[in-house]
Design a binder for this molecule. Structure first.
Ligand code: NAP
Length: 312
């Protein structure tokens, strides 16, 4: 028999933990499930300088603070790699890959996004042998080495700045002649003497010697010339993909796999809410994930009260 809750929250990043805090504080019986450590992508972020209240804070420290705040209100917190959410009358049945089943009238999806792959030769082969998607996890392996960062968004530039603390040099290879990253990050990167930029460059291959990465081959889009730079590490930050595979049969995804909600974070399936990076939206930040978590937590409470009113 599936354990019964009032609300099941899938994903314990900043948005999921805030939804957990608000819903548990409203005295609902809450289960928070995550398949990894709480904090989500915050755990892979060194310094966060755009979350109000902290001029700068380490990602894992902010994760711990958010977790401690939520746990004060005593939700159940469990490991669970969710495989599907099925509708069963008023309830939703949440199934994990361990065979666990949980039931609730309300499900809040806060599963976030994951890094995209470049899909070039060498990327898969040298993954973990010089190719990385997490500077905070792997920078230490490249102390005093030359490394490349692929991409021009916030992640590429933020992580490039982080890498420059340890690496000998950081070369950002970007497919256009302008960065997408926030102006403050751009300013810091351009002022950083260890950071170099190759513009209008399409990365074509990650080169290696069978054991480890030795360089990057790219095509100069202006001249068409193929060029190579020698590096020991390649950090790939070319965007994100929604983590929505378990929810694809619910009819709540857009054409690109992001979840569509209204202003109350409710999807078109009554009782299923979504928030944070997994939503269809423009801005993906900790601050707005937290804001959406509070909206979803409160909306879940209102939904629950309406259900009780209908029964009485
Ligand atoms: P992003 O903003 O989508 O940027 C992806 C970058 O990769 C872009 O510069 C893009 O080039 C490039 N790119 C995409 N496909 C490529 C390909 N096939 N080959 C080469 N380059 C490719 O992704 P992100 O930087 O991971 O950020 C994801 C979200 O998290 C964003 O909303 C971001 O603002 C947010 N974020 C915020 C912070 C912060 O506030 N501190 C930190 C990290 C992330 P084009 O520019 O040409 O499209």
């Amino acid at each position: 028999m599936a354990d019964k809750y009032d609300v099941i929250i899938i994903g314990a990043g900043p948005g999921g933990m805030t939804a957990g805090l608000y819903a548990a504080r409203a005295n609902l019986k809450i289960l928070v499930l995550d398949r990894g450590p709480y904090g989500g992508q915050m755990n892979n972020t060194d310094a966060i300088d755009n979350y109000p209240g902290f001029s700068e804070i380490k990602g894992p420290e902010l994760s711990q603070k958010m977790y401690d705040t939520m746990m004060k209100f005593e939700p159940d917190y469990k490991y669970g790699n969710v495989q599907s959410v099925e509708l069963d009358g008023e309830d939703k049945l949440v199934k994990t890959d361990d065979g666990d089943e949980y039931r609730a009238p309300i499900v809040i999806i806060a599963t976030g996004s994951d890094h995209k792959h470049l899909n070039v030769p060498g990327e898969e082969e040298y993954s973990g042998k010089g190719v990385s998607y997490c500077a905070v996890c792997d920078a230490a392996f490249f102390k005093d080495e030359d490394v490349a960062v692929i991409g021009g968004g916030d992640s590429a530039i933020e992580e490039g700045i982080y890498l420059s603390q340890l690496a000998k040099s950081v070369t950002v290879i970007h497919r256009r002649d302008q960065l997408r990253a926030q102006p403050t990050l751009q300013k810091r990167a351009f002022a950083n003497k260890k950071m170099h930029f190759i513009w209008n460059a399409q990365t074509e291959e990650i080169l290696g010697d069978d054991m480890k990465v030795t360089g990057v081959k790219y095509r100069d889009k202006e001249t068409g010339a193929e060029k190579e730079i020698p590096v020991a590490g390649v950090f790939i930050y070319v965007g994100v993909l929604p983590q929505t595979e378990p929810f694809k049969d619910l009819g709540i995804l857009d054409d690109h796999g992001w979840i569509v909600t209204d202003d109350h974070m409710e999807t078109k399936v009554p009782g299923i809410f979504a928030l944070g990076d997994v939503r269809q939206k423009d801005l993906r930040q900790i601050a707005n994930a937290v804001g959406e978590g509070s909206v979803a937590g409160q909306a879940a409470y209102n939904y629950y009260q309406d259900l009780q009113d209908k029964k009485n």
